[in-house]
Structures are given as C-alpha cells and as structure tokens.
Design a protein around this ligand. Structure first.
Ligand SMILES: Cc1cc2nc3c(=O)[nH]c(=O)nc-3n(C[C@H](O)[C@H](O)[C@H](O)COP(=O)(O)OP(=O)(O)OC[C@H]3O[C@@H](n4cnc5c(N)ncnc54)[C@H](O)[C@@H]3O)c2cc1C
Ligand SMILES: NC(=O)c1ccc[n+]([C@@H]2O[C@H](COP(=O)([O-])OP(=O)(O)OC[C@H]3O[C@@H](n4cnc5c(N)ncnc54)[C@H](O)[C@@H]3O)[C@@H](O)[C@H]2O)c1
Length: 477
C-alpha cells in the first residue's frame, strides 16, 4: 500500500494549489480526482467556461464596440451554440494541459477515482472495476460543491437546468427564466440577454447581488433593464413545471404547439419561457466521503467547519475551497489550499487580510469591489466622502466605446485613507487591484493625485475619483 506525506482530495483550485505547495515543501504528494477531467468547477463547469462564454459573446456580438461604431454594429449575425462552445473548449483544454504539466513537474501523483475515508489515515479509491487503498499522514479535503437541485424542481437538463447543463445547450433559446439574482444568475442572465435571449430574472430579495454597494447595484439593475431583462425582485418561485402551450409563443418548431416551462411565483404570477436556469446556490458533496470513519461532521448543506488554519475538528485533516463555504470563489479557494498545507507542515505564511478580498462579477457590464460599501461605512459610523469618476470623463472610455462605466472611491474624511473601491464597466475586475494594492499599503487619496498615470487609460479613473473626492472634502465643487 502506498503511503504519502499528504493526500489531496479534489483537483479544483483549492486542491491544485494545496498539492503544489506541499510538493514545493519537498513532501510526497498524491491528488485524487473522481471526475474524468481535471480542474473541478473552476475549469469544467464554473469560472473558466462562464468567463470564456462571456468573452465570446461580447466579441461576437460586438456589444463592446457599439459605443464607438453605433447601435447597429454586429460582428457576426446568427451566433450559434457551436461558435460559443468552440471558444470554451479551446480554453478548457489549455487549462487541463497547464494543470497536468504543473503536477508532472512537481512529481505529484495524480490518481483517478472517487476517494472516501476507511479510517483516520486510510483512503479507499474507487474506480469502475477496481479499488485501491492509500495511506497518508495528512489530508486536504478540497471536494468543492455542486449546484443545488431540490427534489421539487423538475430538472431535465434541457429546458429546466442548473449552471452545469446550461453549458450543454444544443441551441439558443428565445426566452429564459433565471431563478436567483446571485452571481451565477446575474452573470448568465446578462450574457444570455446580450445574445438576444429574452430573460426574466426572479430574485427573492429586493435587489440583485445583495452584497454590492447600493449605488452600483442600482446602476447595474438599470443596465440589466436597458438590455431588455425583466427583473422580478422581492419575488420567490414557489413551483416550476413543464407545460404545453398552443399560443405559438416561444414555439421552436414553428407549429402552434410546444413545450414551455412555467414558474409560479409566491405572489401568484405565472411566468413562461422556453428554458429556466435555476441558480439559487450550491450544495456540498461530503456525504460520500466516509467522514464518520474519521470523526468529522458536516452541516445540512454538506459543508465542513474549519479553524482559521483550515483544520477540521480532526487535527491531521484539513479542508479548503467551496467545501468550507463563504466566500466560495476560485480566487479564495486557491489561497486557502496553499495556506492549509503551509500550516499542516509548519510553514509560516504571513499576513492574510480577508477585509481586502476582491469580488469580481463577470456580468455585462463587469463589476468589481474591494473594501467597504457606503452602507457598511455608514453603519460602522466611519466618516467618508465618495469620489466618483465616470468613464465618460476618460479619453480611454470614449476610445473603448464605454461611456457608461464608473469608478467610486470611498475616502476617509479625516485621514484620506481609501476605505473601499467600487467599479462597474470595462476592465472593472482588473482595475480593482490598483485600489486593493493602495489600500493594502495604507495609501491615501493623495497617492493618486501625486503620481502620473499612463494616458489614455481606464486607470486614470482613480485620479479623477481622487480629485472628485478631495475637492468635495475641500468644499471646492
Ligand atoms: C458558473 C460559475 C461561475 C463561477 N465564476 C467564478 C469566477 O468568475 N471567479 C471565481 O473566483 N469563482 C467563480 N466560481 C466559483 C469557483 O468555480 C469555485 O469557487 C471553485 O471552483 C471552488 O474550488 P474547489 O477547489 O473548492 O472545488 P471544485 O472546483 O468544485 O473542485 C472539486 C473537485 O473535487 C473532486 N471531488 C469531489 N469529491 C471527490 C472525491 N470523493 N474523490 C475525488 N475527487 C473528488 C470533484 O470532482 C472536483 O473536480 C464560479 C462557479 C460557478 C458554478
Ligand atoms: N464571478 C464570481 O466570482 C462567481 C461567478 C459565479 C458563481 N460564483 C460562486 O458560485 C456560488 C453560487 O452562486 P449562486 O448565484 O448560485 O448562489 P448565491 O447564493 O450567490 O445566490 C442565490 C440567489 O438566489 C436567491 N434565491 C434563493 N431562493 C430563491 C427563490 N425561490 N426564488 C427567487 N430567488 C431565490 C437568493 O436570494 C440569492 O440572491 C457562489 O458562492 C458564488 O460566489 C462566483
């Protein structure tokens, strides 16, 4: 039986970075994957395919060029699912090669099969026709999550689907109901609307993306409506069913009758569309891990509780990534996996400022934030001023044809420290890291005034916002 210093379960971002970190510390490492492809949700069903789909849609529709060339501008008419999937597959294949190369170069044993614990240090790996036993001193559980699929929803992967099946659509629907105005719901709703799909988004709360700064969320909702998306906010879906219709609405066969999905809301409204995307969160997969053989328990959504060092209640078993819940991002999962392994082998990992986690929402338009929102600062009693830069004031904004974007910088009224940055528009997820770096180094708004920025850039928005905020503080308008 093979013995390892550490066995990592799952090849998603948490597992990848954990395994590589362990190898860099000179440890004997194995990583186990139950799927038939590497990379977990990050590469196969989540981050990478959705971001590639978004990029393909923006490029092929030419939506990002309409500010410059006019509303009628199109790069390709009749965009097909094949066009979009070809782009996605290309990037996914490349990412598989990158991960496999990293494992090989670092002498990490990649073992295929579904792992479960048979004892505190004993794992069984189950493959189609065989099993294998492995032992290790330490374990990193990085098994991720899957989309929530309540029993009362008639999922069929064709008209009623989760984000996993949306990537396997064989044709573009004319209409779609999206249930859930979280990150998945809003990203896909805006991507589908950009493609010309008529979307109705249903969100139980009174605002999509409840964690955003209210001003940004309000502006974002305005853009969604401009794109033709119907927002049903403060509305919950109580039942979903497949129905036949004979009104010719949404009929794909061109003959009066057809199949539709009906979503009934608690308020009594009935919505109809060709397809429905159900995106109301994700569910853990710990039930099959044999954790009772180790003495580890999980919550009702099959997620594990860990310490600040990512240790479960059993000292030699660590957990990282989506399996430990919030914030459940590829970005944070990678860092958690690395930090867990460093702790397991006594390696110091330095300061970790969770208050500076960036959020990136790859909707159309793109949104990103770091630090506090106006609402949080008000609640905490911290005096601030908001410096705002509209992309329409930036030469680069005009050149790019994006005059709707904005950057908001929240500046402490007395110290001028940066308390939060909120960006909506082209390159928002890249731009945010300038603000994050200045915040991490305790910089003030004067940094942006006293340093020269390349011209013309979108980064110049920081300078404009700093002037705007500081001028307000000096009562110069
Ligand atoms: C549509 C969508 C879009 C997203 N977009 C973004 C984004 O833009 N930015 C961002 O930061 N995050 C994004 N995320 C979130 C991101 O994908 C996840 O946070 C991340 O993949 C979690 O990483 P992980 O390593 O915890 O788990 P996963 O990526 O889920 O990987 C877990 C792996 O473990 C394997 N596994 C499970 N059980 C076993 C077992 N018993 N034995 C062996 N192997 C097992 C699974 O097969 C899987 O390969 C998105 C998610 C979705 C669904
Ligand atoms: N860009 C990114 O970083 C990115 C992109 C996609 C997904 N993700 C991650 O994927 C995970 C899952 O995302 P998600 O959007 O599925 O979950 P979520 O929990 O973020 O959002 C679910 C939303 O559905 C709403 N809801 C729940 N029940 C409802 C009902 N019956 N009717 C109407 N609305 C209802 C909730 O109020 C909530 O706003 C998150 O952890 C997210 O961080 C990240």
């Amino acid at each position: 039986m093979k013995h390892y210093d550490v066995i990592v379960i799952g090849t998603g971002p948490a597992g990848q970075k954990g395994a590589i970190q362990a190898a860099k510390l000179g440890k004997k490492v194995a990583i186990i994957e139950k799927n038939n492809v590497l990379g977990g949700a990050q590469i196969n069903t989540g981050t990478i395919p959705s971001k590639t789909l978004r990029e393909a849609v923006i490029q092929l529709t030419g939506t990002n060029r309409r500010g410059l060339f006019g509303e009628a501008y199109r790069v390709k008419k009749n965009i097909t699912v094949a066009d979009l999937m070809a782009a996605s597959q290309n990037v996914i294949r490349h990412e598989w090669d990158v991960i496999r190369g990293q494992f090989e170069r670092n002498n990490i044993d990649l073992i295929w099969g579904a792992a479960h614990f048979e004892g505190p240090n004993l794992l069984q790996i189950v493959r189609e026709n065989e099993t294998e036993m492995l032992t290790a001193d330490k374990f990193l559980v990085a098994v991720g999550t899957r989309p929530a699929r309540p029993d009362n929803i008639p999922f069929n992967g064709r008209t009623v689907m989760t984000s996993d099946e949306l990537l396997k659509l064989d044709r573009l629907p004319k209409t779609m109901i999206v249930v859930g105005g979280g990150v998945i719901g809003t990203e896909y709703a805006s991507i589908m609307a950009t493609l010309g799909v008529r979307v109705t988004l249903v969100e139980g709360r009174h605002q999509v993306l409840g964690f955003l700064d209210q001003e940004i969320a309000g502006a974002f909702q305005y853009f969604l409506r401009q794109e033709g998306i119907t927002l049903r906010l403060g509305e919950k879906v109580s039942a979903i069913r497949e129905v036949e219709h004979d009104r010719g609405v949404g009929d794909t066969n061109g003959n009066g009758k057809g199949e539709l999905v009906q979503a009934e809301l608690e308020s009594g409204k009935k919505l109809h569309a060709e397809t429905l995307l159900y995106a109301v969160g994700r569910q853990g997969v710990c039930g099959i891990l044999g954790l009772d053989n180790v003495g580890i328990t999980f919550d009702d959504r099959e997620r594990l509780k860990v310490t600040d060092n990512y240790q479960t209640n059993v000292e030699h078993v660590y957990a990282a990534g989506d399996v430990i819940g919030f914030p459940a991002l590829a970005s944070t999962s990678m860092e958690q996996g690395r930090r867990a392994i460093c702790h397991a082998f006594g390696q110091d990992v330095g300061n970790y400022n969770t208050a500076l986690f960036p959020y990136g929402i790859y909707a159309v338009p793109e949104i990103s934030m770091v630090g506090k929102t106006e609402e949080q600062l008000t609640e905490d009693g911290i005096p601030y001023e908001a410096g705002i830069a509209g992309y329409k004031e930036l030469a680069r904004g005009k050149i790019l044809g994006d005059e709707d974007g904005m950057l908001k910088m929240l500046i402490h009224q007395e110290t001028h420290e940066i308390l939060g940055v909120h960006v909506m528009g082209t390159q928002a997820t890249e731009l945010i890291h300038i603000g994050q770096a200045v915040m991490a180094l305790n910089g003030t708004a004067e940094f942006f005034i006293n340093n020269v920025f390349n011209f013309p850039t979108l980064a110049e928005a920081y300078k404009v916002a700093a002037y705007n905020g500081l001028n307000k503080l000096a009562h110069i308008r």
